[in-house]
Ligand binder design. Structure first.
Ligand SMILES: CC(C)(COP(=O)(O)OP(=O)(O)OC[C@H]1O[C@@H](n2cnc3c(N)ncnc32)[C@H](O)[C@@H]1OP(=O)(O)O)[C@@H](O)C(=O)NCCC(=O)NCCS
Length: 179
């Protein structure tokens, strides 16, 4: 199922406001800038490898989600060069075409943490994944990423070990049908 997502303003717990909307191709430059503002640890937690640069193939996949299969939300604020991206959350189909499981990732800029932004991004992501017909959402999290594990537990994801790899944990939750 496809469908447009209308941009909306959201107010965070600390009173700051962001716009939440679907990613567009023109966001590529801002995505690179947002990546470059992240700390080395945040990049590692997000990509699970030490990345110094966002490779172009990954960037292009990110700004061209496949309708009905992948989705990327960005949260933006006004900036002198138009906007800054201060948060992003995405899912992609996990496995093959028949798979009703999607894999998520979420990142919030260092200055915007603990304001509920990731929670709001994830809530929108879960709703959108249901809309696309997914039954399960999952993700891999570096075992020492306490912030993401706490967020996952708060959002009712189950946290499980990955057999044979103590460095990561799998988080997973069912996406009940919306009525
Ligand atoms: C994980 C991450 C997305 C959380 O973003 P955030 O906007 O700060 O999260 P929220 O403000 O919505 O926090 C929601 C809950 O998560 C938990 N949490 C978030 N950060 C935490 C921290 N540093 N320590 C402990 N718990 C934390 C808390 O339960 C929090 O609720 P509370 O503030 O009411 O206590 C952010 O830290 C981040 O971008 N990290 C780097 C990238 C990453 O690790 N991505 C995950 C890979 S999939």
């Amino acid at each position: 199922m496809t469908g447009k997502y209308r941009p909306r303003r959201i107010t965070l717990r600390d009173g700051r406001e962001v716009t939440l909307r679907a990613i567009v191709e023109a966001d590529a430059t801002e995505i690179v800038q947002a990546f470059e503002r992240l700390s080395a640890q945040s990049r590692y937690y997000r990509f699970m490898v030490h990345k110094r640069k966002l490779d172009d193939a990954a960037l292009q996949r990110g700004v061209h989600p496949r309708p009905g299969l992948d989705f990327v939300f960005v949260s933006t604020i006004p900036a002198p060069d138009t906007i800054d991206i201060v948060g992003a959350a995405q899912y992609v189909q996990a496995g093959d075409a028949a798979d009703r499981t999607c894999e998520f990732a979420v990142t919030v800029a260092e200055d915007w943490r603990r304001s509920d932004l990731a929670t709001k991004l994830m809530a929108s992501l879960v709703r959108r994944a249901r809309h696309d017909g997914y039954e399960t959402m999952e993700g891999l999290v570096i075992a020492e990423n306490t912030a993401m594990l706490a967020l996952a537990r708060k959002l009712k994801f189950k946290v499980e070990p990955v057999p044979g790899d103590a460095t990561v944990l799998r988080v997973q939750r069912a996406l009940q049908t919306m009525r």
